[in-house]
Design a protein. Structure first.
Length: 181
C-alpha cells in the first residue's frame, strides 16, 4: 500500500504532522469498509483516485471520470455516490463502503450470480453498489422505481435486461430474508 496508513479504529481522528521540510501538512482520515486510513494526499483529490491508487481497492472502476457512467459508485453514509466526482476532503469522517466492503451474502451480489448478470464485468461493481443503495432506501422502492433510477448507468456490454432481472431477484431475496428474521 502506498501513501495510506491503516490506523485502526474510527475514533483516531485526523492528525497533523511535520513533513521533511518542517512544513505542517494535514493527513486526510478516511473511514473505508470499517477501517480507518490516513492518507497524505491533497484534500481536493478525487476519492476514486485514493481508493484505487492509494488504498489499492481496485474493485471501484474508473471509466468516464466525469460522473456520467456510474462505474465508480461507492456508498457514502449509505448513499450511492460517484467517487470520481467527490474529493477526499468532502468525505472525511463519513462512512465509505466500496464493493469490497459489501458482504458476499448481500442480496444484490447473490442475485447477480443467480441471474448471471455480468458480461465483461467492468461496470458491475458500480451497478451493484447503486442497486444496493436503492434497495436499502426507506420506504422501500419497488422494482420499477429502482429500474427507473438506474437509467443513468452505462454498461457498454448492454447487460441492461439482466440488470433488470437481477434487481427483481434481489428484491425477492430481500423480502425472504426479512420474513425469516
Ligand atoms: S467513472 Fe465516475 S461516473 Fe464514470
Ligand atoms: S458488463 Fe461489460 S461494461 Fe457492463
Amino acid at each position: 500500500m502506498q501513501g495510506g496508513v491503516f490506523i485502526g479504529d474510527w475514533l483516531s481522528a485526523a492528525k497533523s504532522y511535520e513533513n521533511s521540510q518542517g512544513k505542517e501538512e494535514i493527513m486526510i482520515s478516511l473511514h473505508v469498509n470499517g477501517k480507518v486510513y490516513q492518507v497524505d494526499v491533497s484534500k481536493d483529490t478525487p476519492l476514486l483516485w485514493v481508493l484505487r491508487d492509494t488504498l489499492n481497492l481496485k474493485g471501484t472502476k474508473y471509466s468516464c471520470g466525469i460522473g456520467e457512467c456510474g462505474s465508480c459508485t461507492v456508498h457514502i453514509d449509505g448513499k450511492a455516490v460517484r467517487s470520481c466526482t467527490i474529493s477526499v476532503g468532502e468525505v472525511q469522517r463519513k462512512k465509505i463502503t466500496t464493493i469490497e466492503g459489501l458482504p458476499e451474502n448481500h442480496p444484490v451480489k447473490k442475485a447477480w450470480i443467480k441471474e448471471q448478470v455480468v458480461q465483461c464485468g467492468y461496470c458491475q461493481p458500480g451497478v451493484i453498489m447503486q442497486v444496493a443503495a436503492l434497495l436499502s432506501q426507506k420506504p422501500a422502492l419497488n422494482a420499477d422505481q429502482i429500474i427507473t433510477k438506474m437509467d443513468d448507468v452505462i454498461c457498454r456490454c448492454g447487460t441492461y435486461p439482466r440488470i433488470k432481472r437481477g434487481i427483481k431477484t434481489a428484491i425477492q431475496m430481500t423480502k425472504k430474508e426479512v420474513k425469516k428474521s
